[in-house]
Design a protein around this ligand. Sequence first.
Ligand SMILES: Nc1ncnc2c1ncn2[C@@H]1O[C@H](COP(=O)(O)OP(=O)(O)OP(=O)(O)O)[C@@H](O)[C@H]1O
Ligand SMILES: [Mg+2]
Length: 371
Amino acid sequence: MEALLLSCTLMLTLQKIILTQFKNYDQASFSFTERVIGICGLNGKGKTNLLDAIYYLCFTRSYFSRSDAFNIQFDKDGFRLEAQYVRDSKPEKLVCINRGNSKKELLLNDAVYEKFSMHIGRFPAVIIAPDDIMLITGGSEDRRRFLDTLLSQVDAGYLQQLIVYTKVLQQRNSLLKRFAEQGKTDWGLLEVLDEQLIQPGNYIYLKRKDFAAQMIPLVQQFYRQIAQNEEVIVLNYESQLNTQTFHSIINQFREKDFVLQRTNGGIHKDDLSIELNGQVFKNIASQGQRKSLLFALKLAEFELLKQKKGFAPLLLLDDVFEKLDDERMGNLLHWVCNENEGQVFITDTHKDRIEEAFRTLNTPYQIIALN
Ligand SMILES: Nc1ncnc2c1ncn2[C@@H]1O[C@H](COP(=O)(O)OP(=O)(O)OP(=O)(O)O)[C@@H](O)[C@H]1O
Ligand SMILES: [Mg+2]
């Protein structure tokens, strides 16, 4: 009945996932019958790994492990993940096969993808995990990755341009190193790479700028909802390109590039600055305020994805109960379970706590207990 109901509306629903030799799962299958799903179990039982398997199929990579080797069950040669979704009322089957050393394969409804990048954004998802606090306390790289993950899901062109930019940037940096080692410079070659950098760089800049303008008011709105107080959060998209053209930036940094043997100007230096009551956020914010802002950023990501896709992304919440005081937690869960109409997966070590929260919210739910 529930599955039928879900499949009639414009939304994305994960109905089933089958894991084979993926992390701690030798063979496991999970059917999801409700929109709100609690995944419970003691430490080390595989809650995060199950969320990661869902994430993996959306992004063709793990959220947590840098190398695919860590996703293969110890002492095995490969893994397989299969998911059955309903998207826009149509059933979709997705399979990812990793055969160890050889290339991995991704199949949508039995057709093989030629490029994984074409898959990104088809099954949008937003994950919130404990280490994500780095998004606020870490370096600018973490915030750029956040923007890139979001933009890549709504704009396939963006991901392509980002891949090109990153490749040319690496080539340019290697060239600068080689010039220094050889003690001579090929200006012509450098200028070719400059041109190749500028074009995708401008594209990425304009997209990030446009997106930041849409995202920032949403972050502020969600922060107010979670914190329920007068704290003023100010965010700004910082880029060298805000005040100069990419051409002039390249010229300005040319000498510094030679000395440091790397490229100092460009969109790989962008950041999202955050202030609380007029001060740099990460310097003064309490842990609870940081966590609230993290949720605000992620929910803004969620909301933008939903607007662009026309349906809610999957929401994957790992250990969020450990993150906030009861009041902020209540506000967040209320939004996640009652105001949002997408499917949400929430892990917790305490089955009773999560069931109690769902009952209080008066929302239908499913509990998956991992033993
Ligand atoms: N490649 C792998 N092969 C086999 N087991 C693995 C692999 N990678 C991780 N594990 C195991 O998976 C378990 C961790 O699972 P996971 O992180 O999902 O736990 P969890 O339920 O989220 O725990 P916690 O409550 O502590 O967050 C550990 O026991 C770990 O040893
Ligand atoms: Mg975990």
